[in-house]
Design a protein around this ligand. Sequence first.
Ligand code: 5RP
Length: 255
Amino acid sequence: MIFDRYRQVIAKKDAIPEIWLDCSNNEFQEQNIKTIMTQDEQKRAVAQAALQYVPTGEIIGIGTGSTANLFIDELAKIKHRIDGAVASSEITANRLKQHGIEVLDLNSVSELPVYIDGADEITRNMHMIKGGGGALTREKIVAAVARKFICIADQSKLVKVLGKFPLPVEVIPMARSYVAREITLLGGQPAWRQGFTTDNGNIILDVHNLNIMNPVELETALNQIAGVVTNGLFARRAANVLLMGTDQGVETITV
Ligand code: 5RP
């Protein structure tokens, strides 16, 4: 048991004090190891914590990704309390249906009290990069309708400045080369996500080497390029609450 936990700690060795890595050290204590949570444990903890934001008798919006998947699995346990969900991707819709949760078309819903989703990067003022899973456009649409955006993420997603994670941009296929040239003029290095088609039939350009000091401005500028459907910056519609998994448990951050 101790050994299994120790193996997990080894995998995270950059994050822990040197003394814990020394097997021969008699002071190696299980008590200390227990304070470390793996990334997956952090994701599960925030998925569980998000249940407190699910209102009874309502329809909620649900995002895409491994953290959102864990949330859907938790939601299944209380599915009788909600009237259904709007999904941000076909993958999410399928997972919801597998759990017996009704999936509604956004056009049949006038308002959503809450949207719950993960992020690839988030700052303390709640600006995000999303779209690592390629679902950014539907995520942005569902988030726009929702009154509250609850972001669920492990602590590795919290950054001071957005841009280390390549920024996904959804593009109409015939505009790919033109949009790539325009993005280069804005200072980014676009890479075509080969072999990937979005749920909307489009392609993704992942933009590297951006140091995003003004996310609202860049989000707007990218969306002005003809052929761009949308980009993965969620700055104009930022999160309202971040539930962040840490080694000590779930931290709640609001602006
Ligand atoms: C998908 C997304 C996801 O929210 C983002 O990629 C985070 O995913 P994960 O929870 O797997 O880390 O934007 O388009």
